[in-house]
Write a protein that binds this ligand. Sequence first.
Ligand SMILES: [Zn+2]
Length: 296
Amino acid sequence: MRAAVALALAISMSATGATVWAQNAQTPAPAAADAKCANPNALGVSRVVQIDTTGGPGFGFEHFKAYDFLRDHEVVLTFDDGPWPGNTPRVLKALADQCTKALFFPIGKHAGWHPEILKEVAAAGHTIGSHTWSHKDLSRLTPQEATDEIEKGIAAVSIALGNKPVGSFFRFPALRNPPEMVKYLGERNIGIFSTDFDSFDFKLRKPEQVVKSVEAKLQKHGKGIILMHDFQHATSEAIPEILKYLKDNGFKVVQVTGKTPTEPKKEYVEAVLKEIGGGLDEARPMSSVIKTIEGN
Ligand SMILES: [Zn+2]
């Protein structure tokens, strides 16, 4: 696979409030990223960008137009709403087969139900941000309720990962971003990911339809942050074909990493632990309720 190159992208705010990009010298990516790739024709990762999320910059042309960091034919793969049994592992396998990396936005409750799957996402070297606790439309909530949704989402992902800090990236459910919450994330130094184009995979039932949708949008835009859902069965089945399309048509995958991870707030970690301990909604994950203690 081609050598991965880390391009550090530092963002800072000038005195006038205008935002300035500074591209630092290219440095080699961690050797481990290359060492594991057994597929000589893999799609791979063409470069790794590190984003300084101080002040909460936004990305994705559907809502934020300040930072157009992708070159022609470059894509960022993003996956929302996991982790989910079957589907997320299938996406992880497809990404591993092509030695490529993505950015995941898990739902807090799902992370609470399936921490072992989220740990696999982390172990595979993908970047993990957050996507609220229960996927409510934050534009319909009070600022306090919306803050609770955001912070519980971060806390749940952190707990699922073994009390580790979380990637400093956030995506609003349904891409609805109320101004107060954009401001809040800015104060929290969390980068906001919208999308350059939505695959609308959640509306599509068949993998072929998902492949077609992504291909059509790539042909139209020529590059971009692609929004997909590892939660969706059809998407999970479509990923091998989508990655093949990227490879065959000269697209390159850019991996996004954050400069400084986000620490969860203690009071929200406690709140989430309390809810998980008391059962999430009506049911706890089956593995924590029923265990085979004898036999197979
Ligand atoms: Zn979502």
